[in-house]
Ligand binder design. Sequence first.
Ligand SMILES: CC(C)(COP(=O)(O)OP(=O)(O)OC[C@H]1O[C@@H](n2cnc3c(N)ncnc32)[C@H](O)[C@@H]1OP(=O)(O)O)[C@@H](O)C(=O)NCCC(=O)NCCS
Length: 174
Amino acid sequence: MVSEFSVRAASVEDAPCLAVAERETARTPGLLRSTPAELSDVAFATRIEQLESPGMRGRYLVAVDARGALVGHALLDPMPLIQCAHVFRLTIVVHPGHTSRGVGRVLMNALLAWASEHERLEKIELLVRSTNARAIRLYESCGFVAEGRLRRVIKLPSGDYVDDIAMAWHRIEQ
Ligand SMILES: CC(C)(COP(=O)(O)OP(=O)(O)OC[C@H]1O[C@@H](n2cnc3c(N)ncnc32)[C@H](O)[C@@H]1OP(=O)(O)O)[C@@H](O)C(=O)NCCC(=O)NCCS
């Protein structure tokens, strides 16, 4: 099936829009690790510059709809230490109002296609809140497996705790 969404490399000009969408997402407790105040436009621009600069240390993609409007973003960020340089960290956020319409799958497919071709990348890691069934189902369907549980690592404004699940994708197992 042809998706109504397409994917392109992020540009620094996208940063304010991505930051707004992620801050809005972060207003719902239990989805992201960050709170809205911890997500600055500058940090988004810096990350895009780092990952999409010539030589491409990693990958920072955005999903756009048929009109070119941004509907999601996802990135693979390599770990800095030499002995972990084969491991990349994944982040994905489909923008509010656009979830459960296939955007997440389009972004994951594009990132994993890039990962499969990247000479250094062997493993992708992510952390997902244990209560985020939608995200866990997407990751499992893309070949990610649970590798551990970080108990009571998130403390919500309500005072309730949430665990994180550490999941990973190993190229050798795909
Ligand atoms: C989690 C997230 C990335 C999934 O992307 P999405 O665009 O909403 O999901 P898609 O429509 O592409 O669906 C992909 C899969 O996710 C799962 N899924 C999607 N919507 C779901 C829902 N409402 N309930 C349960 N599972 C759901 C299904 O397994 C689905 O596969 P299928 O269509 O073959 O059944 C997206 O919802 C999101 O960014 N949410 C807010 C931020 C967040 O939770 N980020 C992840 C932090 S670790």
